[in-house]
Write a protein that binds this ligand. Structure first.
Ligand code: PMP
Length: 439
C-alpha cells in the first residue's frame, strides 16, 4: 500500500499545466546569450559585448576600498530603498547643474541596478495593455521585450542612412530620422518614445534640431520620453550631448537614465539611476520597491564619492569625464583606420564606445546560406569568431524581427579596449586581408 501511495503522489507531482506566463511568449531568445557564449568559446580578440577591458579610474577603486574597509560598518547593510543618501545627493547636485534646475535628491532621483533596471521600471510603471511605445531603430535590444512584457506594443521607426559623397567614410550623423515618417508613428495610442542618444549601436549623437523635432511631437501628442543617456560623456570631435529634458516642455514628461557602468568604466558594478519630475519618478519607485527594493550599498557609496570628485573637477582637464572621451576618441580613430585599411568600411561614430562597419567587401569569404532565415550579418559574425577568432555583434541584433534584413551587412565593434587588444584585432584583420589578396 505504501509503495502504491508514493507512486500516485509522484504522478500527481508531475505538473501538466503550462508553467510559462503569457507575457514571456516570444521573448525567450536573447542574442547576447548566444554571442557571449560564442565569444567565450572561440574568440582570441573580443570586440563584441560592450565593456572596457582597461581598469576603472584609481579614485573610484580607492573609494570602494575605503567604503569596504573604513569605519562605516553600516555600509555593509541595507541603505535607503530609492538610493543611498550620498549618491542621490551627488546625482541631484550634478544633474541639477547640467539641467539648470534645482533637483530634490529625495524625489527627483532614483538609483537602480544598472540602467537596465531603470528601463524596466519605466516600462512597468508607464505602459498599459494596448499602449504603443515608439522605438528608434537600430536600438539597444532590451527595449522591445521590456515593452512587450509590460503589455505594450512597440512601434518602430528607422534611422535611414544617406549615402556619403566623394568617397568619404560615412558618419553616424548620416543616419537620420525622416520627420514625416516619425510624425506618422505618433497617435492617440502612443504612451512613450524611447530615445537613446548617444545611440548604441551606431554611435549617433542626436543634434539639437533632431531632439527638438522629437520634443515637439512629444508635447503635441502628450507623450512621455524615456531618455537612455548612458553614453552621455562619450562624445567626440567637440560634439555636444544635449539632454532632451532640458528642452522646452520636456522636463515634465522625461525620465533621464544614466549608468555608472559607462560613466566610470565599471559595468560590473551595476549602478544606474533615473532623474526626472516627482510625478513620474514616484511610479518608478513603486515598481522598484516591489521588485528589487534597493541596490548594493557599498557600490552606491563609491559611485557617490566618484561624483563628488567629478563635481569638484567639473570641466577641468583632470576630470574623468574630460579624460575618458579623449582617450576613447583616440581608440575610435585607431579602429577606424584599421578597418578602413582592410576594406571593412567603418561608419565613424560621434559618440559611445561602438563602431559599426560594412562587411560587403568580405562577402566572398563568407558564403551566405541560401534559404536561411538568419540574417547574413549574423552568419558572418558567427563565421568570423569561429574562423578568425574575432568577436563582433551583427547589426541585425538591433532591429525588430520584421526589419532584421533591412540592414544586414554591418557588424558592431566595441573599441573601449586596451591598445594591445585593438592591435591584436588589427593583426587578425591584416592577415585576413593578405590571405584575400594572395593567390
Ligand atoms: N542602455 C544602453 C543603450 C546600453 O548600451 C546599456 C549597456 N550595454 C544599458 C542601457 C544597460 O546599462 P547597465 O549596464 O548600467 O545596466
Amino acid at each position: 500500500i505504501k509503495a502504491s501511495n508514493s507512486l500516485s503522489v509522484s504522478l500527481q507531482a508531475k505538473m501538466s499545466r503550462p508553467v510559462q506566463a503569457r507575457r514571456l511568449e516570444g521573448i525567450d531568445k536573447n542574442i547576447w546569450v548566444d554571442f557571449v557564449k560564442l565569444a567565450a568559446t572561440y574568440s582570441k580578440v573580443n570586440l563584441g559585448q560592450g565593456f572596457p577591458d582597461f581598469p576603472p579610474p584609481d579614485f573610484l577603486k580607492e573609494a570602494l576600498v575605503r567604503a569596504l574597509s573604513g569605519e562605516k560598518d553600516m555600509l555593509h547593510q541595507y541603505t535607503r530603498a530609492f538610493g543611498h543618501p550620498l549618491l542621490v545627493k551627488m546625482l541631484a547636485q550634478f544633474f541639477g547643474k547640467l539641467l539648470g534646475r534645482d533637483l530634490d535628491p529625495m524625489t527627483n532621483v532614483m538609483v537602480t541596478v544598472g540602467a537596465y533596471q531603470a528601463l524596466f521600471c519605466c516600462f512597468q510603471a508607464f505602459v498599459e495593455e494596448g499602449d504603443e511605445v515608439i522605438i528608434i531603430e537600430p536600438f539597444f535590444d532590451c527595449y522591445e521585450p521590456m515593452v512587450k512584457m509590460a503589455g505594450g506594443t512597440p512601434v518602430f521607426v528607422p534611422l535611414r542612412p544617406r549615402p556619403s559623397k566623394d568617397g568619404r567614410l560615412m558618419s553616424s550623423a548620416d543616419w537620420q530620422l525622416d520627420p514625416a515618417e516619425l510624425a506618422s508613428k505618433f497617435s492617440k495610442r502612443t504612451k512613450a518614445i524611447v530615445l537613446n542618444s548617444p545611440n548604441n549601436p551606431l554611435g549617433k549623437v542626436f543634434s539639437r534640431g533632431e531632439l527638438e523635432l522629437i520634443a515637439g511631437l512629444c508635447v503635441k501628442h502628450d507623450v512621455l520620453c524615456i531618455s537612455d543617456e548612458v553614453y552621455e560623456w562619450l562624445v567626440y570631435d567637440g560634439k555636444e550631448h544635449i539632454r532632451i529634458a532640458s528642452l522646452q516642455g520636456m522636463w515634465d514628461r522625461t525620465v533621464t537614465i544614466g549608468s555608472a557602468g559607462k560613466t566610470f568604466s565599471v559595468t560590473g558594478w551595476k549602478v544606474g539611476w533615473t532623474v526626472g519630475p516627482d510625478r513620474l519618478l514616484q511610479h518608478l519607485c513603486t515598481v522598484h520597491q516591489n521588485s528589487v527594493y534597493h541596490c548594493a550599498t557599498i557600490a552606491q557609496e563609491a559611485v557617490g564619492q566618484g561624483f563628488q570628485r567629478e563635481l569638484e573637477l567639473y570641466g577641468k582637464p583632470e576630470s574623468y569625464f574630460v579624460q575618458l572621451p579623449k582617450e576613447l576618441q583616440r581608440k575610435r580613430d585607431w579602429l577606424v583606420q584599421s578597418l578602413d585599411a582592410v576594406g571593412m568600411k567603418p561608419i565613424i561614430p560621434e559618440g559611445t564606445y561602438f563602431l559599426v562597419a560594412d562587411i560587403s567587401e568580405f562577402k566572398s569569404d563568407v558564403p551566405d546560406v541560401p534559404d536561411s532565415s538568419e540574417p547574413y550579418d549574423s552568419i558572418f559574425a558567427k563565421w568570423m569568431v569561429k574562423n578568425k577568432g574575432l568577436a563582433a555583434i551583427p547589426l541585425s541584433a538591433f532591429y525588430c524581427e520584421a526589419h532584421k534584413n533591412n540592414y544586414n551587412h554591418f557588424i558592431r565593434f566595441c573599441f573601449a579596449k586596451e591598445e594591445a587588444t585593438l592591435k591584436a584585432a588589427n593583426d587578425i584583420l591584416q592577415k585576413w586581408k593578405q590571405e584575400k589578396t594572395s593567390p
